[in-house]
Write a protein that binds this ligand. Structure first.
Ligand SMILES: Cc1cc2nc3c(=O)[nH]c(=O)nc-3n(C[C@H](O)[C@H](O)[C@H](O)COP(=O)(O)OP(=O)(O)OC[C@H]3O[C@@H](n4cnc5c(N)ncnc54)[C@H](O)[C@@H]3O)c2cc1C
Length: 508
């Protein structure tokens, strides 16, 4: 009945309700892949619209009652809602950007829209409150609810086990990536789609759940100030949304990618992509980032071929797999190995995995999901004397005796990010300065997820748990507090890194 190019592995039907062919429209509930390009979910919804000859309605909603909701995260997401509403309207799609004016006010909106829909399509994002929200929707939506995974180059369910090291995951993806790169999302699923025009939303729905005001969408601070969210975490200077994401990607590939390998670790080099907030909110697809790099590097997909049929043999090595420059390969190591490793942990973690086949039987956000060796060494050193302890309040404002750490916290406060190398050091010092490793975990989550635009993501959990030993091995010598957990110090960072301008900018 429907001809859709979305790979089966990326598609899940979440309830047993039928498709209602005489519904008024197809509903795409955009909750994670907040973009119109390279989006398998939107592609699926467009395919349903064409197959059923019904208009497409896109609900992009933003709740305000979730933990850490603030001006910063809201502004960034709403910038994207404005971009998306414009692009959808230009393609004849009815966009309903809805921002909750009060916690819980949006309750009932999805149900009301779904009641008149033929089918509902939504995104499959395996982290934060989204899986619970979709599971609850699946129990209420009166028509078929499909969930589509547009998270990465690999479908999040491509693997059948949780990987505990980056190397084992790399060996896996190198074996199968050729097959998955052959099933790319459409660059612009709305282009030439010729969808039936949508009527305005029923008045009762539009009155009770009105679309976000033009003032809010276009960035009026007063409109944001009226929302019941944390106003102490201010918006950052950079704009959110697919438009800004595309510009940042183009600048990165043209100007910084050639320096990525040499410069990534050095805060003064400014060589990293800065794409993580856009990837986190779905304003940018990993597929689009990959395509931009591949184009610049003259990459040919035939190099990979189908499993076993390509030119390259998967070796598990970090370099040489793509046949691109060393800088491009280093960037893809982050974008593919490290980023998708985090999604693997969430997609196949205990909550949804099927037990016996998994090597990891706990929720990846539980302290106990750390590897046994890490749990043992942290427990052994839990009672070691801590020369310095800082309360959360002192850490939050960057008021420690460590100038580099304070600078990285100030960067987080002002920009909503921390330079990658310093982010590792930032976490290691929190472990050193906390009463227990569990307390360190809580502090890292609280600071990261409150202030970082890319927080509340599978990579937040990967990075924070990496500080405590996940995806790592034991390192000697055994030390106080850390045991055999990898140690990092500000003194060594000061020696190794180009930091002068960074400190001038952020150190008080
Ligand atoms: C304590 C700690 C907390 C972290 N919290 C987050 C977080 O909340 N959200 C987040 O996206 N990343 C997090 N990371 C990982 C990493 O620091 C950031 O992804 C990276 O710094 C983002 O900057 P960039 O986009 O310029 O990265 P680039 O170097 O340009 O890398 C490109 C992309 O690859 C991915 N990536 C890069 N490094 C890593 C990594 N180590 N692990 C997983 N994916 C990676 C990101 O999606 C990134 O945008 C954390 C790391 C640590 C040590």
């Amino acid at each position: 009945m429907i001809s859709s190019s979305v790979p089966d592995l990326r598609l899940r039907t979440r309830n047993a309700m039928p498709v209602r062919e005489d519904g008024d429209y197809v509903l795409y509930w955009m909750i994670a892949s907040r973009r119109t390009r390279y989006n398998f979910g939107l592609e699926r919804a467009v395919a349903w619209s064409l197959a059923l000859d019904r208009p497409l309605v896109v609900l992009e909603a933003l709740r305000c009652g979730y933990r850490w909701a603030s001006d910063r995260h809201h502004r960034f997401v709403i910038d994207g809602m404005a971009d998306n509403a414009r692009r959808l309207a230009a393609a004849g799609v009815l966009a309903h950007p809805y921002v909750e004016p009060a916690a819980g006010a949006g309750k009932g909106l999805l149900g009301a829209l779904a009641a008149r829909a033929c089918v509902v399509v939504t995104d499959d994002y395996p982290c934060f409150f989204l899986p619970r929200m979709v599971a609850s929707a699946a129990r209420q939506v009166p028509v078929r609810l499909e969930q589509v995974d547009s998270n990465g180059l690999l479908p999040i369910r491509a693997a059948d086990r949780v990987f505990t090291t980056a190397r084992s995951f790399r060996i896996f993806w190198q074996r199968v990536i050729g097959e998955h790169l052959g099933a790319q999302p459409a660059v612009d699923p709305l282009k030439k789609a010729r969808l039936r025009p949508a009527a305005p939303l029923p008045r009762a729905i539009a009155r009770r759940w009105p679309a976000a005001s033009p003032a809010l969408l276009e960035g009026d601070p007063a409109a944001l100030a009226a929302l019941p969210i944390d106003h102490t975490v201010a918006p950052v200077p950079r704009r959110g949304g697919p438009g800004a994401a595309g510009e940042e990607l183009a600048r990165f590939v043209a100007e910084r990618l050639p320096r990525y390998l040499e410069g990534r670790d050095h805060p003064d080099a400014g060589a990293a992509s800065g794409l993580s907030p856009y990837l986190h909110f779905g304003h940018l697809a990993a597929h689009e980032a990959f395509a931009a790099v591949a184009r610049r590097e003259g990459f040919r997909a035939e190099r990979l071929g189908r499993p076993g049929g390509g030119v390259v043999r998967p070796s598990g090595s970090r370099e040489g797999f793509w046949g691109m420059s060393a800088s491009a390969e280093a960037f893809l190591e982050q974008l593919v190995t490290w980023r998708e490793l985090g999604f693997n942990a969430f997609a196949l973690g205990a909550s949804e995995g099927d037990g016996p086949r998994l090597s990891w039987k706990r929720d990846p956000t539980d302290y106990e999901s750390l590897p046994d060796w890490a749990l043992a060494t942290l427990a052994k050193h839990e009672r070691d004397r801590r020369p310095r302890l800082y309360p959360l309040e002192a850490l939050a404002v960057g008021a420690t005796a460590d100038r580099i750490w304070n600078a990285s916290q100030v960067e987080l406060l002002r920009e909503g990010r921390i330079h990658n190398y310093l982010r590792m050091l930032w976490g290691k010092k929190i472990l050193e300065w906390s009463r227990t490793p569990r307390e360190a975990l809580e502090v890292m989550i609280e600071l990261n997820d409150r202030y970082a635009l890319d927080g509340r993501d599978p990579n937040s959990t990967s990075g924070i748990f990496w500080v405590l030993g996940r995806y790592d091995r034991a390192w000697g010598p055994e030390r106080e507090i850390f045991g055999t957990i990898r140690y990092m110090s500000s003194e060594s960072a000061a020696r190794k890194l180009h930091l002068k301008e960074y400190l001038a900018r952020y150190a008080r």
